[in-house]
Design a binder for this molecule. Structure first.
Ligand code: NAG
Ligand code: NAG
Length: 370
């Protein structure tokens, strides 16, 4: 079966229906949440981001809130399981509980944002899932979320003769030839792997990822391809009186201009570049039940957990972290967001709202309300 046909149709459906589904879904959730939450003390522990959210968006947070309520029931279940188990270490146990919690939140957001049928995997999504048949692993890569190192790991697993993953250059790590994706398999083979292999993906705070993409793609002199492909377009569209040089090279896009571009569907068209596209569009976590959803914010623990669960912890080691730069991306983000104005920040959060909700990232204070 041709995955390309599916992909096109499903993407269209997904895009056009998403907005209305969120609204519809959220209305359903509001009633469910109001009924269930009102009877629980959780009602009084709504996070500050929720209470500060403008009334219009407040209902959207219900899905996350509902997730938190469910945590409490899960806690008790875990407690009893721990009593009877015993052989597992506390660390494994905590990691598994964290994973269960993350999956509950994700599933609830999936349930409300895509009620009814979940679209099939598109060719693009299949192309994002790296396959290791020997170790029975599937890794859905998200650029700007430790993806180079994970690709190095996946290459090293296929090539035992490579001593250390960090011996693979970043350029080589991204050569698709070294890493087969699910796209290369038949429909039956794909399904078999989805059903039987260990599956994982990594996410991080949506706007920190966005800023990281901006800094890497638009402020680094070596990323000529992005300057030509996107930079020139962004400058000619959004800059008043651009210089000839900027128009030609596209190498001095400001963060504000980049954000204007993101917020203008006419400018970027139906498909965003993978470096700033939504997690759901890249990895389809509502369809694929990932065994581990790792977070950049807890990279060390989550890397250990993935390698353990995949049974390859004694074969590979994740490359060590580079020395920390002085300012973290989250500090930088505050500075950059100051620059772009409250209305745009708000629209940006709205644009990535599903990424926030699916992976339980808290929305920062709303501009003008903090
Ligand atoms: C979601 O995030 C909040 C705030 O960071 C945290 O307190 C809560 O435990 C998280 N919930 C889950 C299910 O991970
Ligand atoms: C999501 O929906 C499915 C099917 O209706 C249901 O079985 C599941 O419990 C729901 N999950 C959550 C976390 O609400």
């Amino acid at each position: 079966m041709q995955a390309g046909v599916l992909s096109h149709a499903s993407r269209q459906v997904f895009t056009t229906m998403r907005a209305s589904r969120i609204l519809l879904g959220a209305t359903v959730v509001v009633s469910v949440v109001l009924l269930s939450v009102a009877y629980l003390d959780g009602w009084f522990r709504v996070s500050s981001a929720v209470t500060r959210a403008p009334a219009r968006t407040r209902f959207l947070f219900s899905a996350g809130l509902e997730g938190r309520t469910a945590d409490r029931t899960q806690d008790t279940e875990v407690g009893t399981a721990a009593g009877s188990g015993g052989s597992r270490t506390q660390e494994d146990h905590n990691a598994e509980k964290i994973q269960r919690d993350r999956k509950v939140v994700l599933e609830r957001v999936c349930n409300v944002s895509l009620p009814g049928s979940v679209p099939p995997l598109s060719a693009r999504q299949l192309g994002h899932i790296i396959v290791d048949d020997k170790h029975k692993m599937l890794y859905c890569f998200v650029p700007k979320v430790a993806c180079t190192n994970w690709k190095r790991i996946m290459i090293k697993l296929r090539h035992p003769e490579i001593e250390k993953p960090q011996d693979i250059s970043p350029q080589d790590a991204h050569v698709t030839y070294f890493l087969p994706s699910l796209k290369l398999y038949s429909q039956e083979e794909i399904q078999y792997r989805l059903d039987n292999y260990f599956k994982f993906m990594f996410v991080r705070d949506p706007l920190e990822r966005l800023l990281s993409a901006y800094i890497n793609k638009f402020t680094m002199p070596y990323n000529l391809k992005f300057h030509r492909l996107y930079g020139t377009k962004i400058i000619s569209r959004f800059r008043e009186n651009p210089s000839k040089d900027s128009l030609q090279k596209g190498d001095d896009v400001t963060f504000t201009e980049f954000v204007q571009y993101l917020l203008d569907p006419m400018a970027h068209g139906p498909q965003l570049n993978e470096h700033w596209d939504h997690y759901a569009n890249l990895c389809h976590p509502c369809r694929i039940h990932y065994d581990v959803i790792g977070k950049y914010e807890t990279l060390d623990q989550d890397v250990d957990h993935v390698l353990q669960r995949a049974g390859v912890a004694n074969i590979v080691q994740f490359p060590p972290k580079p020395k920390k730069s002085q300012t973290s991306t989250s500090q930088l983000l505050d500075e950059y967001l100051d620059e772009i104005g409250p209305k745009e920040v708000f629209r940006l959060h709205n644009m990535y709202i599903l990424d926030y909700l699916m992976f339980n990232y808290s929305l920062p204070n709303f501009p003008g309300e903090g």
